[in-house]
Write a protein of this length. Structure first.
Lengths: 72, 952
């Protein structure tokens, strides 16, 4: 009985990974939005739509994070 | 169609009616209610964040700060990435305690009604500009459609229609405890419509003004300054300040807090929001730059806030854009007033009310009144405020106000040291700065816009400066007040309960359901109190007769949670505080039971607490599934743990046992367990075997710190089997003794018969009396023999005795029995040396069987003419009796370890059952002793060691 229960039990690693990933993404996009890394998407001489591309990347990162969360 | 307002107002009325109808249909249709709980619907409902500000104001904002307008939505997208570390932990706390607003959360965390009241007042005043923004946007749009003039009746008429709708639809949802799929579905429909409206107008303008995407590219290619100007807002404007403000507004704005936490269908739904809400906002913002560039070309004379309408190429599209804004504004008004009215009720009205006047119907009616007042206050502010600046200026005032709650909310999750004094001090400081440099200029009461410049901030960015100054002052005072202020005990307990790694606090116990209800009578009124208690009892599956302390604590906990949603957490706690009769000190076992009562809740979010809770639940499952009954009592002899095996053994369900006193358990179990627990703790772990309520059980009590754990093992089946074997063994012995019995009975019978015949021949002989005495003596000998045999062979398992008896008598009786079975051709001598004063504690008849088996075995092993010795000694040091049965046999030739195994025999086939020594071993074990096999001086010893007894 105990052995069966042990087999069912999985260490709670996924949830921590989900939270850690959230922190990493938050910091990464925080830097992209608030520090000189803004130059990655602030292109006065270039395309007007680059802020939306950056935003699209954020949405994609969020979708990946959400999948991590559902797995955990 | 002379009146150009006919269509807009008619469609507005129709649209609002359709929303109300949708809400009603969803509420009444079970399948639609299920669909309304879908994560996509929930994410779209959170799109209530986008108001008339986004639809109209953002274009005007872009005219001032270019892509800086995106900050208001990008900040929300960034905030969504913080869902795992910020939104979800907050959601856990909010759902666990049943909060319905941020004021509930903060007043509970800081255990201060004053905090709740201050937060409520500040939010009501701080959000009024935001509400008036919605009113202004719609009225200005209607005025634009009407050709630039507005009839006098337009404002009041719109106020009435909007107020009626919000109050009317809010009626259904005014009780915050109701599940609201209809409301969530309405918000999602509203979000979908405004997205559709903005995309439709945006696409139409893209083709009508620019001729498509390539046309727009060409348009911008020849005007590079248009793109450069857009980016200026990101590099030099209040970009960072707006990003931070919207980051927190995403979940701290009352309507956002309400939808995110109160209307959340389940914990998992929030994980879909991480990307769905940013995607929704991305699509919503995509047309805005196009509308802005088109507006600059097509409608330079119209205020930028209305370029969405001014650039629409056709009247139907103007109506679509107008309805999109109406939709956004209506949803904002609906949710903001519902959320604010709840806060007003819980933190302003109820703390001041006369308790006897409290009835749910009055509460709900009054809440409707508050909703109406808030809507009309928004309209009033619109009429009062001078028309200066853009729509966004109004919204930013509210965003800066909401941001003042951020330090307190962050402290809820991560700063245990924060206290009410710090919270109030910080809020006062932040609100003061907000009032002076943000609100005063808005109301045109004075020019304080230079204050930031005096403090060294960029004068060109007053919005950003005011935000940084207010939140900086707030955070500084919050930290100083908390670090230098004292923390009350209840505040520390609430802080622990709210920390990201914390667990819920427990309510104390009352002594009866009636006691709980009596206290609530004073607070809620008699009928409401009874209703609430009945509801809580029903949810917990308890009866009104419940009097177990643990169960009553659970009832108090549930009531506090239910009432927290209705009257606010402070009121709820206060209402139930006085029925708590139990100190709230640390009590591990009670805490365990309390945590078990939360098993149905989802695991805490991440981190060490999640790991710990999973391991705890795993171990709890193992404990539950153990084949040994386990029962744990706390220091008050209350049952805390009662596993399934305990139920199987005793027949007492855990629901009946847990939370009650040991003395309340039914029948003999109460006495048996009480005896076990009352045993000297120094003899911890000593087994107690008893026949209790049709079961043979072995119980052990282990005393721990503030708890006693009792384990029970059901040995009924084993005992039954053992008794059967013992019985079989006795019958076999009787069989073996049959010849001896015949001889023992036959001899006196022959003598008796002969004397009787002689007496018959000589009835008057002188020694007739003497002969009759001989007959009686022989008959008595026969009777004694038969009685002895019957006593030995016939025994009911339940007749087990436990008493002190003479070992010498027992040995003598056993010797008499085995004498019956002695073979005539095998002369054996017996030597018995058992002092008369030695006594043994146990079952004399079972012990007699042990001796018979050992003596029987010795006879079989002894050579003809051998001597069997039986001697016993009292060991003073061990306070135990040792008994030896020895013979002159050759000893065991095989494996000594198997000697006491069942069916092990070295005798010829048919001569032995192989059970004799095994049975003797069991009986010795039952008497707390053991049998050792030894060889000494050519003799075989069976040494029975460790018998409980007495001697001298």
């Amino acid at each position: 009985m105990v052995i069966e229960a042990s087999a069912r039990y999985t260490p709670p690693m996924k949830s921590d990974r989900y939270k850690d990933s959230g922190i990493v993404l938050l910091l990464a996009f925080g830097m992209v939005l608030l520090t000189p890394l803004k130059s990655l998407w602030v292109t006065p001489q270039g395309a007007w739509w680059s802020p939306f591309v950056m935003w699209g990347v954020l949405v994609a990162a969020g979708a990946w994070l959400a999948r991590e969360g559902r797995r955990g | 169609m002379d009146n150009p307002l006919l269509w807009p107002l008619g469609l507005t009325a129709a649209y609002l009616g359709a929303l109300a109808l949708l809400s009603e249909i969803v509420e009444r249709t079970p399948r639609l209610r299920e669909w309304a709980d879908h994560p996509l619907v929930y994410a779209l409902a959170l799109g209530v964040y986008a108001t008339a500000w986004t639809l109209f104001g953002s274009v005007g904002f872009a005219d001032q700060f270019g892509f800086g307008f995106l900050a208001i939505s990008v900040g929300v997208a960034l905030s969504c990435l913080a869902i795992p570390v910020l939104w979800e932990p907050l959601s856990t706390v909010v759902r666990r305690h049943g909060f319905s607003s941020v004021a509930d959360l903060l007043s509970f965390r800081f255990q201060s009604q004053r905090v709740g009241t201050v937060v409520t007042c500040f939010l009501v005043f701080g959000l009024m500009p935001y509400i008036s923004l919605q009113v202004r946007a719609i009225l200005e749009a209607a005025t634009f459609i009407n050709g630039g003039t507005a009839p006098a009746w337009l404002g009041p008429a719109y106020a009435c229609v909007m107020g009626g709708f919000v109050v009317g639809l809010g009626v259904r949802y005014v009780d915050p405890r109701e599940h609201r799929p209809g409301l969530v579905a309405t918000l999602a429909a509203e979000s979908t419509f405004k997205l559709f409206a903005l995309l439709a107008v945006g696409l139409a303008v893209l083709w009508s003004v620019f001729g498509g995407v390539s046309g727009l590219q060409e348009h911008l290619a020849v005007r590079p300054e248009a793109v450069e100007r857009m980016y200026d807002g990101v590099t030099s404007g209040p970009w960072a300040a707006l990003l931070v403000a919207s980051f927190f507004a995403a979940f701290l704005l009352p309507r956002q807090f309400h939808v995110a936490y109160v209307e959340q269908p389940d914990q998992g739904a929030m994980r879909h929001v991480i990307w769905l809400l940013p995607l929704f906002l991305l699509l919503l913002n995509l047309p805005l730059p196009i509308l802005y560039w088109a507006g600059r070309d097509v409608a330079p004379n119209v205020i930028p806030d209305l370029w969405v309408l001014a650039t629409a190429p056709s009247s139907p599209l103007v109506l679509v854009g107008f309805l999109g804004a109406v939709s956004a504004a209506t949803a904002m008004l609906l949710m903001s007033t519902i959320a604010l009215s709840g806060m007003v009720m819980n933190h302003l009205v109820l703390p001041l009310r006369k308790t006897e006047e409290f009835e749910p119907e009055r509460l709900i009616a009054f809440r409707r009144f508050v909703v109406g007042c808030l809507v009309f206050a928004g309209f009033a502010l619109h009429w009062i405020l001078p028309r200066a600046g853009s729509l966004v200026d109004l919204g930013l005032v509210s965003f800066v106000a909401v941001l003042q709650l951020a330090p307190g909310v962050l402290a809820v999750l991560w700063w245990r040291r924060a206290n009410a004094r710090g919270m109030l001090l910080g809020l006062a400081g932040g609100a003061g700065v907000w009032l002076v440099i943000v609100a005063v200029p808005l109301l045109n009461l004075g020019d304080t816009s230079l204050v930031p410049a005096y403090l060294g901030f960029d004068q060109a960015d007053p919005r950003g400066a005011s935000l940084w100054i207010s939140i900086g002052v707030n955070a500084l005072l919050f930290a100083v007040g908390s670090l230098f202020g004292t923390m009350r005990d209840e505040e520390a307990a609430a802080a622990q309960a709210c920390l990201a790694s914390g667990r819920p606090t427990r309510s104390g116990a009352a002594h009866s359901v009636s006691a709980v209800q009596r206290r609530l009578d004073d607070v809620l009124g008699a009928s409401s109190a009874r209703e609430e208690v009945d509801r809580a009892l029903d949810e917990l599956g308890m009866s009104r007769d419940e009097d177990r302390p643990m169960a009553l604590r659970r009832l108090a906990e549930r009531l506090e949670r239910n009432l927290s949603e209705l009257v606010g957490p402070m009121q709820a706690r206060q209402a139930l505080a006085e029925v708590n009769s139990r100190p709230t000190g640390p009590d591990l076992t009670s805490e365990l039971a309390f945590l078990d009562s939360l098993r149905d809740e989802e695991l805490p979010e991440g981190g060490l607490e999640r790991s710990t809770e999973r391991v705890r639940r795993f171990l709890s499952d193992v404990l539950e599934e153990m084949p040994i009954g386990v029962c744990t009592l706390d220091s008050n002899a209350e049952v805390i743990v009662w596993n399934q095996s305990m139920t199987d053994i005793s027949g007492i369900e855990a629901s009946a046992a847990v939370g009650g006193d040991l003395g309340n358990l039914p029948g003999p179990w109460s006495e048996f367990l009480a005896d076990l627990v009352a045993k000297d703790p120094n003899k911890a772990g000593e087994a107690e075997e008893q026949f209790v309520d049709e079961s043979w059980v072995v119980g052990r009590a282990t005393h721990g710190d503030q708890r006693v754990t009792v384990t029970l093992q059901d040995r009924s089946a084993e005992q039954r089997l053992q008794m059967q074997v013992l019985h079989q063994d006795r019958l076999a012995s009787v069989g073996r003794l049959a010849a001896g019995i015949a001889h023992e009975i036959g001899n006196p019978l022959s003598g008796l018969t002969m004397v009787a015949e002689n007496l018959a021949d000589e009835p008057n002989a002188e020694d007739a009396a003497e002969r009759i005495d001989r007959i009686l003596a022989e008959a008595d000998r026969i009777r004694t023999t038969i009685q002895s045999m019957l006593s030995y062979a016939r025994r009911d398992p339940q007749d087990r005795e436990h008493r002190r008896f003479s070992l010498e008598e027992s040995v003598r009786e056993a010797r008499g029995l085995v004498d019956l079975g002695k073979k005539p051709d095998k002369e054996i001598d017996f030597s018995v040396d058992v002092p008369d004063e030695i006594e043994v504690v146990g079952d004399p008849r079972a012990f007699s069987q042990l001796l018979v088996n050992l003596l029987d075995n010795a006879i079989d092993a002894s050579p003809p003419g051998g001597t069997i010795e039986a001697f016993a000694r009292w060991d003073q040091s061990r306070q135990e009796v040792d008994l030896v049965i020895s013979d002159e046999g050759d000893g065991v030739s095989g494996d000594v370890d198997e000697l006491f195994d069942p069916f092990y025999t070295t005798k010829p086939v048919g001569k032995g059952t192989g059970l004799g020594l095994n049975v003797a071993y069991w009986i010795a074990d039952d008497h707390g002793a053991r049998i050792d096999y030894e060889r000494h001086d050519g003799r075989t010893w069976f040494l029975v060691r460790g018998l409980e007894g007495a001697g001298s």
